[in-house]
Design a binder for this molecule. Structure first.
Ligand code: NI
Length: 202
């Protein structure tokens, strides 16, 4: 093969190269089947899960308390200057487009528990819709709930003022009566689109 190489060394080298190639191929095939397995067999996205928070009346509320009703859940904070009010108004408008007996509960969960206590989430949620449930909790419990819904949030300390803003993802989650994820809506979704999608499930 190469000058000065014995045939034994050439065979050994070829053997090593072949083994490495096979290992790479097997690894690739395993990775592929693993990926396919997780996307095709799970079916439902892994969004949602148990939480234990405090509602706008001061009562403890767990995810199980909402079984039997659809939910439209939004994570935000009451000091939010723009996006949260827009999105919650959209949820409220969508609720009003549904039949009156539709069992769909709009839920606001704060990601700023330091400032949003029971009273803050109560007045905030009720400003958008009389049936909206406001939820707060300890920072740990809020973190658990946000993690379950894959919500990102972080204190924005870039401004010099003592007031701070929260960076957070803005997604409206649509959950079924078993507490499982059905769909989600973004800032591009309209109230009409949300109401239309919800109606399909009622
Ligand atoms: Ni916001």
């Amino acid at each position: 093969m190469f000058k000065g190489m014995t045939w034994q060394r050439t065979v050994l080298l070829l053997g090593i190269v072949l083994t490495m190639l096979i290992a790479l191929l097997v690894g690739y095939a395993m990775q592929r089947s693993f990926n396919e397995g997780t996307t095709t067999t799970s079916g439902k996205a892994l969004i949602g899960g148990p939480f234990e928070l405090v509602d706008h009346t001061g009562a403890t509320r767990t995810a199980a308390d909402f079984r039997g009703q659809h939910m439209l859940i939004y994570f935000g904070f009451t000091f939010c200057p723009d996006i949260c009010p827009t999105e919650l108004a959209k949820v409220a408008a969508a609720i009003d487009m549904l039949p009156e007996n539709a069992n769909v509960t709009p839920v606001f969960i704060t990601i700023d528990p330091e400032r949003d206590g029971v009273e803050e989430v109560r007045s905030y949620a009720k400003a958008f819709h009389p049936r909206m449930v406001g939820l707060t909790g300890t920072p740990e419990r809020i973190a658990q709930a946000a993690k379950a819904y894959r919500v990102y949030y972080a204190k924005n300390t870039s401004s010099d003022s003592t007031e701070y803003l929260m960076d957070h993802s803005s997604i409206i989650y649509f959950m079924d009566p078993a507490g499982d994820y059905l769909d989600h809506f973004t800032m591009e979704s309209t109230s009409e689109e949300i109401a239309g999608r919800v109606r399909e499930e009622l």
